[in-house]
Design a binder for this molecule. Structure first.
Ligand code: HSE
Length: 438
């Protein structure tokens, strides 16, 4: 068969799509809009046999009339006229997991956007796929349209990965950048985000850092050949980030981002998701609105920066289609870049990598107050790099003070933060944020 007519004459690859929300309908739309192009690129036509969702009557702004309908995704997963089961339901348990298991057991390849499912059951599912000679692909699960899974499993296959990090929740980045640009408090912007429909049904998934941590756990597994271990991610969300800190950090040349970082150290695997300061002029510092960015460092290639839309109909469906086309082309890559059975159980390790820290204090304005603060930092082995005291606006006798430390350990910072209130010269709780080298 010549290269020119491959797309027309080869047997079609038949999809069953479960879940017709934003990503599901977006996937159907791309297949309808680009049928010919996809056939040429894939080497065979890509068709949809059947679809499934909770509510058949819902208006989805897409023509589904030529596809069979299944009320139950598990029945869709078992259909003989489906080659790839496309799971776009979501959730780490329940129907999504059962349907994926059913599809893999019945000999189908699976494409999914389900980050929670993979972060928690990824090793089991990848193992089942590989035992059954099937593939399980999930480009859409991490950072929406950004091709980070393929970058890591394919393009960077020759590298030992040193570190992977990124901003992987667009809603949090929208909230943080909007707080800065409009000078609004967290609660107001959170409400705006809700009105705009940016928040997940359970907003804690976004602002609590859970969604981004699912994604980090998946990337860490690929990067370090370990089982996805979401439970071991140290997670802090953005709920406590104040407009004061955003302003003060900006004064010092930084922006606050919900940053995920994973790296393998001699003590084990560090995975953390927390608000961090990054230089305002760095690629991560420049990231605005709902955009995502993933930074991967390999021993041979150096640093790779990927930036793009981390959510939304078109970008996420684009990633789903990329997996479908890859399977249609006959490319069969282990889910996590190496056999699932060989993924090791990681030893979780708390971050010990030294970093500079930002500390914000409300200092009572009396003689020797600053000296007491400096003494606590000195006793904790912390050296001050920069310091700034602001005027006594609002609160009588209280002066906001900002300190940027030289590099120090998390343990030293914990020690200092615990000791500072005992000086008797601090009002309220000190705030401390890590400054990440990016
Ligand atoms: N809620 C996510 C975000 C998109 O805001 O990036 C899906 O993971």
């Amino acid at each position: 068969m010549s290269a020119q007519n491959l797309g027309q004459n080869a047997s079609p690859l038949r999809l069953g799509i479960a879940g017709l929300g934003t990503v599901g309908t977006g996937t159907v739309k791309i297949i309808q809009k680009h049928a010919e192009l996809l056939g040429l690129r894939a080497g065979r036509p890509i068709t949809i046999t059947a679809v499934s969702a909770r509510d058949r009557m819902k208006n989805r702004d897409v023509d589904l009339s030529s596809y069979a309908w299944e009320d139950d995704a598990r029945a869709l997963a078992l259909r003989e006229d489906v080659d790839i089961f496309v799971e776009l339901i979501g959730g780490e348990e329940g129907i999504a997991r059962e349907a994926v298991l059913a599809a893999l057991k019945s000999g189908k390849d699976v494409v999914t956007a389900n980050k929670a499912l993979l972060a928690i059951h990824g090793q089991e599912l990848a193992g089942l796929a590989e035992t059954n000679g099937r593939v399980l692909r999930f480009e859409a699960a991490v950072a929406g349209g950004i091709p980070v899974i393929k970058a890591m499993t394919e393009s960077m296959a020759g590298n030992e990965i040193r570190r992977v990090m990124g901003v992987m929740n667009g809603t949090c980045n929208y909230i943080l950048t909007r707080m800065e640009s409009a000078g609004l408090p967290y609660e107001t912007v959170f409400e705006e985000a809700r009105q705009l429909g940016y928040l997940e049904a359970d907003p804690t998934l976004d602002v609590g850092g859970i969604d981004a941590s699912h994604k980090l756990a998946i990337l860490a597994a690929i990067a370090f050949g370990t089982r996805p271990s979401f439970d071991a991610v140290e997670i802090e969300g953005i709920e406590r980030v104040s407009i004061d800190d955003i302003r003060r950090a900006a004064d010092m040349g930084y922006r606050i981002k919900l940053l995920g970082v994973a790296q393998m150290t001699g003590r084990g695997l560090e995975q953390r998701m927390s608000p961090c300061l990054v230089p305002a002029d760095s690629p991560l510092g420049q990231l605005q609105g709902g955009t995502n960015m993933v930074v991967i460092e390999g021993d041979s290639v150096g640093q790779i920066v990927l930036r793009g839309a981390g959510a939304g109909e078109g970008p996420t469906a684009s990633a789903v289609i990329s997996d479908v086309v890859e399977i249609a082309r006959g490319v069969r890559i282990p889910s996590f870049g190496q056999p699932a059975a060989r993924l090791s159980v990681p030893q979780p390790a708390r971050t010990a990598v030294p970093a500079a820290y930002y500390i914000r204090l409300q200092l009572t304005d009396k003689p020797g107050a600053l000296a007491k603060v400096a003494a606590v930092l000195g006793d904790s082995g912390i050296s001050i790099d920069r310091m700034r005291q602001y005027g006594h606006s609002g609160h009588e006798g209280i002066a906001p003070v900002l300190i940027v430390t030289h590099k120090t350990t998390p343990e030293a910072i914990d020690h200092a933060i615990e000791a500072l209130p005992r000086t008797g010269v601090i009002a309220g709780e000190p705030v401390e944020l890590r400054i990440e080298e990016v």
